[in-house]
Design a binder for this molecule. Sequence first.
Ligand code: BG6
Length: 485
Amino acid sequence: PVPPFTLVIFGATGDLAQRKLLPALFHRDLAGQLPDEGSIIGTSRRDLSDEEFQAFARKAIADHVPSHELEDEALGRFLNRLSYVSTDAGSDRGWDKLGERLSGEGGPIRVFYLATGPDLFGPICQRIGSHGFVDEHTRVVVEKPIGKDLESARAVNDAVGKVFPEESVYRIDHYLGKETVQNLMALRFANALFEPVWNAAHIDHVQITVAESLGLEGRAGYYDTAGAMRDMVQNHILQLLCLVAMEPPTSIAADSVRDEKLKVLKSLVPIDSTNAAALTVRGQYRAGASAGGAVPGYLEELGAPSSRTATFVALKAEIANWRWAGVPFYLRTGKRLASRVSEIVVTFRKIPHSMFGSDAGDIESNRLVIRLQPDEGVKLWLMIKDPGPGGMRLQHVPLDMTFAEAFKARNPDAYERLILDVVRGNQTLFMRRDEVEAAWTWVDPIIDAWRDTTEGPKPYTAGTWGPSAAIALIERDGRTWYEDG
Ligand code: BG6
């Protein structure tokens, strides 16, 4: 088990608590990782009794945890850890009561989880500070979005930083908690095989795709102010890019890893109004078909006659340093695409000379595919000889390690790992302030360039791979987007 703790969830009746936090905590309790003195206090503006909050949590867990994992006894034990205090971020209502609960419960480690809108981060931190809830064992967890540009991100970081020193601030990017993302570090730095060839001399290009088949999922209000660039690229995709591209950290210690990620972000070649048209593609979905049948277009879902918000982005990024100069990183993400798939594809350079002659067939590049979801795993595409007596014909085949087959254990959700890391005081999988700000520094001029053109995002049909311009973006360079199989 982790050390004794008290976790206070702000926004405890919200979507994130319901879908992710409560189910994740329950799973960790089930696995025996929560200590006896581990208590969870929910808080939000709503007036609820402890019992009502427990009933709310029971339903959230039943809705999001498969029924075969729901043991009555375990659920009862977990719900007993929960209590509720109603507070108001904008006034002193409820804060003294929260203080009483805090002094009466749990262990010395206090975690304040801000699962609220970003406009409340500052006011909540200020009240946490002014009520004297902070000591050296106190931590705060901040969810995205951290701002909508560099200036607002700084304001959020300043407000949080007035109350909490950087060593106590845990900025969540849930992609860093995904098993396969952590595996990227294991793959690169626990094997002798890859690192010597992990550079421009041997790698032709890298692709990072985070494709979703879902649409707005009731988040239209937020999403229309964000779009794919702020929602996915500024955080998740750039974090993945950092883990692929960073120099080997000296240790797994938080700052050792974060120092290296920061260098990557600072080495990204700027994209602005001078080159955005050549290096970026924006799209917005129109009505089409998704797995479940016909789906409406973005504007219909939004209920607005017009919007220039991009629900799809493809970019060609470059990292200006010795390791990566000249290697394109093609990034793409979008809603309502053909399927839900997130993967990192590293394509190696072609062999310099083939001794096999034309009868052997094409010799394709080696590719390392790290699939984040669904069916997590790693594939290494190699050329081998076609089995049989028919002469020397070559085939491109994957060495395939699908985790579900290789490891029978259930794959924990990212939040399970991340929440416990906060209690343990391990910041490695959390973003440091300067990383978040460096990411915005690269993203802002791209968004500005889009704002300043008359052209809007290109339409694409829901259920496809985005606008054809995204295919042209990579094909212009004589390359194609990776398709499994
Ligand atoms: C969130 C975005 O950060 O990540 C959502 O705000 C997106 O728009 C989600 O759907 C994707 O996460 P996952 O874990 O389902 O790939």
